[in-house]
Design a protein around this ligand. Structure first.
Ligand code: ZN
Length: 308
């Protein structure tokens, strides 16, 4: 399996998966969607009662939304994830209690009138990591406060995967198609019904050059075969999907860059494949897999036959 990058931005990528199979393409899609570990806010502690801000102004710890709605909104905020710095809580040396290796704590303290945004979450970490741990989208509205209202919370992010909850989902819009292969018969390229395909094609794959139909953007083809159905006898243009080559695209929520997400997905797939091979090799000879042979039943005692 080979990967050829076609477009790469910080949060989205388009690439070709060559020399592969539909099963492998689907495995990569599922890994990108649900197996990448990322940090997300999992616990939110609300301060209750009156609060005082830096100027001495008093306000009430109250918002127009229920606490659980605010906690849910905070959970969906993309938290940057560095796989070299963090481990899942259940694999951590702290035994799951929470420590700087498996959690990031954020402090949020605002008083109205204002709109509280995701960017108001301040990482409670040493100054060297503060910028790196700031949430990626700073303008996600969390709640609107009026005069006299305030919010004061400590939110804790831990690592998880989208198998458990969508807040741990890194990639979205993950999709692929068989790479389109379009061939125009040179003898038919100037035929009227073939030329009409330029305007018929909904994805604008064709153009006309020198009175002949040519393919200008093969990757755009959705394999709808509108052109082939329009042709006389269905001949002149052939459109096929290549089931060994796949055109992939996906986006990330910002917790990983697109490149990091693809690297991590390939690493996870490779580790799982190696583990599977190890397990197969450790099974032992085929005879171990068969159920034990039943003990032969003892021969029946011959019935006593009288000699008389
Ligand atoms: Zn820990």
């Amino acid at each position: 399996m080979d990967i050829e990058i076609i477009e790469m931005a910080e949060r989205k990528m388009k690439f070709l998966l060559r020399n592969s199979s539909p099963a492998m393409a689907n495995a990569l899609r599922r890994t990108l969607l649900s197996d990448l570990p990322k940090m997300a806010i999992h616990k939110v502690e609300f301060h209750l009662g009156p609060l005082t801000d830096d100027t001495g102004k008093e306000y009430e710890s109250a918002t127009p939304l229920f606490d659980e709605i605010i906690a849910h909104r905070l959970g969906m905020v993309p938290v940057p994830t560095d796989r070299d710095l963090f481990v899942p809580q259940d694999e951590c040396v702290c035994g799951g209690e929470g420590c700087p290796n498996c959690t990031i704590e954020y402090f949020l303290n605002k008083s109205g009138p204002c709109t509280v945004y995701s960017g108001d979450l301040l990482p409670m970490t040493d100054p060297s990591h503060r910028e790196a741990f700031k949430v990626k989208d700073e303008f996600i509205p969390i709640v609107e406060l009026v005069n006299g209202q305030g919010i004061n919370v400590i939110a804790t992010a831990v690592m998880g995967t989208a198998k458990k909850h969508v807040k741990w989902q890194v990639c979205n819009g993950v999709g692929y198609k068989y790479l389109p292969r379009i061939a125009i018969d040179p003898k038919a390229a100037s035929r009227d019904d073939v030329l009409e395909c330029k305007d018929l094609c909904p994805r604008k794959v064709f153009d006309i050059e020198g009175g002949r139909l040519v393919v200008v953007d093969e990757h755009e083809c959705s394999l709808c075969r509108t052109c082939v159905e329009h042709l006389r006898d269905g001949k002149g243009i052939s459109v096929e999907g290549d089931d060994t080559c796949f055109l992939f695209k996906f986006e990330t929520d910002g917790s990983y860059t697109a490149k990091e997400a693809l690297d991590e997905a390939v690493r996870i797939l490779r580790d799982e494949a190696n583990e599977f091979v190890d397990q197969i090799e450790n099974i032992g000879p085929e005879s171990d897999l068969l159920p034990p042979e039943p003990e032969p039943e003892p021969p029946e005692e011959p019935e006593y036959q009288s000699e008389y």
